[in-house]
Design a protein around this ligand. Structure first.
Ligand code: TYD
Length: 136
């Protein structure tokens, strides 16, 4: 059974240069192969994203710009992680309920995902999530 402790911060290698920094995510930098990339932008500061868990999907969240909070919940423990450095991403393993809040103005959240979009992989009801964790 996965826990919030499995959701670790991973430092992204950066090529530093006086002309600006260049972050690189190669295949082995994160513990899954990614098949999809998507991003959140123009998120109002009062908005909450997420509010679901995934059965099998791995994700890696990168605050390309600005900052936001990720509230992780494994059904037992809750933990809030603030992402605000474009070279530090958060690994989200399957079976974690997450909420994203407190987006700063102009923030961008890039997400690498281990699979294509599949609504059947989502658990969008909290009680169903608790039942899912109890069965594991
Ligand atoms: P959702 O994953 O719930 O967004 P968030 O967790 O950021 O709040 O997705 C929001 C909507 O976008 C939902 O209707 C599904 C759709 N969507 C896609 O069509 N493709 C995708 O790759 C993603 C991530 C979402």
């Amino acid at each position: 059974m996965t826990t919030v402790k499995d959701c670790t911060l991973i430092e992204i290698p950066v090529v530093e240069d006086y002309r600006g920094n260049l972050g690189v995510i190669e295949k082995d930098a994160i513990p899954f192969n990614f098949k999809r990339v998507y991003y959140l932008y123009d998120v109002p500061s009062s908005a909450a994203r997420g509010g679901h868990a995934h059965k099998n999907l791995y994700q890696f969240l990168i605050p390309l710009s600005g900052s936001f909070d990720v509230i992780l919940n494994d059904g037992i423990e809750k933990k809030t992680v603030t992402l605000n450095k474009p070279n530090i991403g958060l690994l989200l393993v399957p079976g974690i309920w997450r909420e994203l809040e407190n987006f700063s103005s102009g923030s961008i959240c890039l997400v690498l995902a281990s699979d294509e979009y599949n609504e059947l992989d989502y658990i969008r009801h909290y009680q169903k999530f608790i039942d899912f964790k109890a069965k594991k």
